[in-house]
Design a protein around this ligand. Structure first.
Ligand SMILES: [Mn+2]
Length: 152
């Protein structure tokens, strides 16, 4: 498909319709969000699962890591929002600092929100390792969530 015809028929200084490039960018921005999973060799090894939402990275610490197969539910503890730039971070947090230890990027990619309620997110993951549909389910307080893969 090409947008040549769409373009040819319109004068974008006169119509409020979006020119193709802008429309394409806006769609991409809406549909694709980034996710990252960082392996964090802190006092207790855990994985940090982060989803771009509302301009920040919503973050969960997952002690047992992100399940790669359906049928396994792992605890994910919600932690503070991180800046988007954090998705590119890997390195060593010095001893004595919060979260001291090595952080490495375990997987990274995009995701789509399939369904969102106050208590659950259903997301489609497009990572190198994580692919397919996952659910984050808030089962206790605001902090305690379960993370699992569905059969889709
Ligand atoms: Mn961490």
């Amino acid at each position: 498909m090409t947008l040549k015809e769409y373009k040819k028929k319109r004068k974008f200084k006169k119509t409020p319709e979006p020119p193709p490039s802008v429309a394409k960018k806006a769609r991409t921005a809406m549909a694709k969000k980034i996710f990252v999973v960082q392996k964090h060799f802190a006092r207790n090894l855990h994985y940090d699962f982060r989803l771009e939402m509302y301009g920040v990275l919503k973050s969960w610490a997952v002690p047992k890591g992100v399940p790669e197969k359906p049928g396994i539910k792992h605890l994910a503890v919600m932690v503070e929002d991180h800046p988007l730039e954090y998705a590119n971070f890997s390195g060593v947090i010095p001893q004595g600092e919060y979260g001291a230890g090595l952080v490495e990027i375990w997987d990274k990619g995009t995701y789509e929100m399939v369904e969102a309620t106050e208590k659950a997110y259903k997301i489609m993951m497009h990572g190198k390792i994580l692919k397919g549909e996952y659910v984050l389910f808030n089962f206790k307080n605001d902090k305690n969530w379960l993370l699992f893969k569905t059969k889709i």
